[in-house]
Design a binder for this molecule. Structure first.
Ligand code: ATP
Length: 239
């Protein structure tokens, strides 16, 4: 088996004295969509942020393309083409859609800016229609598209998505998840997705991990976890 693109080993992350992750192991291979599901406060965002280097893991390691990135500063991790659509989207509200996309492109990528923007617009035609509009005036779904689009401008090798479905209507969520699937199928983009929407995430994913109180308690194919009675009881039924 080939080495994983991302290899998280025995990671422990703290906020002061509070341990948010307790020995987490996660692997993401090239071309996969892998998701991390779990309840509010389980530590999902913390894992995503630890991969990006802020906060850094106190123990354990994060290895990307064979390179240990555990202690790298965030901007150097971004330079390795790990791009993130963070929790809460974090778009720039006063900047236009086009300017927001520009912020996602590294200096190296400015030479193919037009081409990359057209790709984002092809994926999310709504952003093309609204390209001169300020980010803050977009709907929640459009802001999510913009946050993903901005991450794509970095031409990522690994795209990290933190709760893209949060607060969005089911039809909009379907559009976002369809776009992620399309990127993966057509471009071979590798995606690591953090979601409270377990059903949507598991349906979309090749593999998934369940995080409970900072520990991985289960992992398997998206299909198997969808059918797993414990997962169904905790995350899929009545939720
Ligand atoms: P959510 O879906 O609510 O974002 P999550 O699974 O992403 O949940 P985290 O946000 O990673 O969970 O939080 C994990 C734990 O770490 C929680 O107990 C949370 O209260 C704590 N925590 C998160 N951020 C901080 C912080 N900046 N300072 C102190 N504790 C924090």
């Amino acid at each position: 088996m080939t080495a994983p693109l991302l290899n998280v080993r025995s990671v422990e992350t703290y906020y002061g004295n509070i341990r948010a992750l307790s020995g987490v192991d996660v692997e993401v291979h090239r071309g996969e969509i892998v998701s991390l599901i779990g309840a509010n406060g389980a530590g999902k965002s913390t894992l995503m942020m630890t991969i990006c280097g802020s906060p850094q893991a106190r123990t354990g390691s994060v290895v990307f393309e064979g390179q240990d990135i555990t202690r790298l500063p965030t901007h150097e991790i971004a330079r390795l083409r790990i791009a993130q659509s963070p929790e809460g989207r974090r778009i720039f509200p006063r900047m236009t859609v086009l300017e927001n996309l520009q912020m996602g492109a590294s200096l190296d990528n400015l030479k193919h800016f037009k081409e990359d923007v057209e790709k984002v617009f092809a994926l999310f035609p709504r952003l093309k229609e609204r390209q001169t509009q300020r980010g803050g005036t977009l709907s929640g779904g459009e802001q999510q598209m913009l946050s993903i689009g901005r991450a794509l401008m970095a031409r990522p090798k690994l795209l990290l998505l933190d709760e893209p479905s949060l607060g969005l209507a089911p039809l909009i969520v379907k559009g976002i998840f369809d776009a992620i699937k399309k990127l993966n199928k057509q471009e071979g983009l590798t995606v690591f997705l953090v979601e409270q929407n377990a059903f949507g995430a598991l349906k979309l994913s090749d593999r998934a991990y369940v995080l409970v109180n900072g520990r991985v308690t289960m992992s398997g194919s998206g299909k198997d976890l969808l059918a797993n009675p414990e997962v169904r009881a905790a995350y899929l039924e009545g939720g």
